[in-house]
Design a protein. Structure first.
Length: 202
């Protein structure tokens, strides 16, 4: 990322609920890339009808409780306040207009890297924006890229998260623990634990 300054790394997801691993990844990005000023968490709208997806405001509130305590973190309502589901390219363009003094990175997991060529306006997305890739499970970013012609043609758009601490923890696992009546402390920040308990969520 040489010669690029004032960067916002956009971190989208359902955050249902947000986990310690989400925030540790955000901090890892700030730590490893001095050009990144802020990690911007962008929760998806519940138009997506994912099974068990909590309402917009609860997910936003849980994120905000944690994000507000870190000056390197931010949160955006760009998708929550949209009247329809947004494609990633649309989200990135709206954020670019909202933050005109910054360059934008989009953060994805290696699972999504395998599918990004199928996304709406994928070529425009990877041409306009650098993509920060978090390797998951046993995935190797370079191997994924070399297995797909689209990714090969745009390989310079993809940046591997350095010194990534891999975690198999998922929001589904945490929700299941809640349903089983078990504690989720240390899986998600205490602020989120208390919010879930106070609002009897999941």
């Amino acid at each position: 990322m040489e010669n690029i300054k004032n960067i916002i790394a956009v971190f989208g997801g359902s955050f249902n609920p947000p986990l310690n691993s989400h925030f540790s990844l955000g901090q890892q990005i700030v730590n490893e890339y001095e050009e990144v000023d802020k990690v911007l968490f962008v929760p998806v709208n519940n138009y997506y009808n994912k099974p068990g997806l909590l309402g917009n405001e609860h997910r936003y509130n849980m994120l905000k409780l944690v994000v507000d305590k870190n000056p390197n973190f931010g949160i955006s309502r760009v998708e929550l306040d949209s009247s329809r589901p947004l494609f990633t390219i649309e989200t990135m363009e709206l954020l670019s207009k909202e933050y005109p003094d910054y360059d934008m990175l989009f953060t994805i997991g290696s699972d999504n890297l395998k599918e990004i060529h199928t996304w709406e306006k994928a070529e425009e997305l990877v041409t306009k924006y650098k993509i920060l890739v978090l390797e998951r499970d046993e995935d190797n970013m370079d191997e994924i890229i070399t297995s797909n012609d689209f990714l090969i043609n745009h390989k310079d758009s993809f940046i591997k998260v350095k010194n990534n601490v891999r975690s198999n923890l998922s929001s589904t696992f945490v929700r299941n623990k809640i349903n089983e009546g078990k504690s989720i402390r240390y899986l998600t920040p205490d602020e989120v634990v208390f919010y879930i308990e106070e609002n009897n969520l999941y």
